[in-house]
Ligand binder design. Structure first.
Ligand code: PLP
Length: 384
């Protein structure tokens, strides 16, 4: 019998049935009143999700396309940018910047540790002639499971006065608070297959008035990812090119369900899933890669097992028990496994995953007390 796989990776994430069904219908014309009504409804809800009055533009792309759009629309060749790097996605931002000829300076922290906001402040305060045009921060670093202190870092960026903040909120938006207006975030990038409880295929860029000013003088060539075109068309609830209309149906349904749940309930749910996962893994003596719970991402938890080979554990989980977790990335491949608990994930998904991990550990002769992980997760779920 084929094993129905339980997807516990940090994207793509499981999708609620009503969202799947919403997309399972005939496409409509994107130049119709029905489409304009659909887009108008989506736009209102996207602003709600971002807690903003700024525009949120929708691209047919993965998150990386939205990252690229976030660079080329607001900067020019030779501009100086600061990039926070404490994992693969910070590194990816650096690669995009360098590819486009930006002068890139990195503020680094070891993988598994959070970026130090003070170092951003020092760099920005030292920039007296205001040469730094943008500061790029990955809020939740998916490769390690670290949640960077975006609130404090964005305060330092504001104090600089000139630099734009360009924020990767791909695994934080919809998962923990990203109050765009309150924190004054200029460009915020996200993607449908992470916190949106949707299939992959859509990228999002949320743009502040200050970023639109920068857009006017930005000199990179741009065509498909020209956000000015998106903005003009969005004003009449349409898009410059053919949008994936069936994903728009799914997005409308997903946002409607999220709105009914409410942001604080969504964030509280994610916190519990993270706490239960961490408590369970701790009880199993599987070393948490981010030991400090203050900087743990509510989207993903990584462990660095030492008494069992991470890849052996991961394969066993998938082949025998149908639970898919993610490998480590880049130099951490084979050293980490990552459990995604974002998107449409419920208490059962966590209990099932932990029980499957226990079963796999038993198969691999790992010394532990059977049931300890499930019990620890249960304690968190019962306590709230
Ligand atoms: C998933 C992800 C992205 C985008 O990846 P795509 O595969 O292009 O969608 C960007 N940043 C972070 C932090 C992510 O987790």
């Amino acid at each position: 019998m084929e094993n129905p796989l339980l997807l516990m990776i940090p994207g793509p994430t499981p999708v609620p049935e009503p969202v799947l069904f919403a997309s399972a219908r005939q496409p409509i014309s994107h130049r119709s009143q029905d489409f304009r009504d659909l887009m108008a409804d989506i736009t209102v809800h996207l602003k709600w999700l971002h807690q903003t009055q700024n525009e949120v533009l929708i691209l047919a792309s993965s998150g990386t396309g939205a990252m690229e759009a976030g660079i080329i629309n607001f900067l020019s060749p030779g501009d100086r940018v600061l990039v926070g790097c404490n994992g693969k996605f910070g590194d990816r931002w650096t690669l995009v910047c360098e590819q486009f000829g930006l002068i890139t300076e990195r503020i680094t922290a070891p993988w598994g540790k959070a970026l130090d906001p003070k170092r951003f402040r020092q760099h920005l305060e030292a920039d007296l002639d205001k040469q730094i045009k943008a500061v790029i921060v990955t809020h939740s670093e998916t490769s390690t499971g670290v949640l960077n202190d975006l609130e404090t870092i964005s305060r330092h960026i504001k104090a600089h006065g000139q630099a734009l903040s360009i924020i990767d909120a791909v695994t934080s938006l919809g998962i923990c608070p990203v109050p765009v207006d309150e924190w004054g975030l200029d460009v915020v990038v996200s993607a449908s297959q992470k916190g949106y409880r949707m299939p992959p295929g859509l990228g999002f860029v949320c743009v502040s008035p200050k970023a639109w000013q920068a857009y006017e003088t930005a000199r990179f060539p741009r065509f498909y990812f020209d956000l000015g075109k998106c903005r003009t068309d969005a004003a009449t609830n349409t898009t410059p090119f053919t949008p994936p209309v069936n994903l728009f149906f799914a997005l409308q349904m997903s946002l409607t369900l999220m709105k009914a749940e409410g942001l604080s309930a969504m964030f509280a749910h994610q916190q519990r899933l993270m706490q239960a996962t961490r408590a369970a893994l701790h009880a199993l003596d599987l070393p948490l890669f981010v030991p400090d719970h203050y900087v743990a991402s509510p989207a993903v938890t990584a462990i660095a097992p030492d008494q069992v080979a991470p890849e052996t554990l991961r394969f066993k989980l998938q082949q025998q028990y149908g639970v898919v977790i993610a490998a480590g990335q880049d130099h951490m491949r084979g050293k980490l496994v990552r459990i995604g608990h974002l998107g449409y994930v419920c208490d059962r998904s966590i209990v099932t995953t932990i029980a499957a991990i226990e079963a796999a550990l038993k198969d691999l002769d790992y010394p532990f007390q059977v049931g300890a992980g499930v019990e620890a997760a249960h304690r968190i779920f019962k306590g709230s």
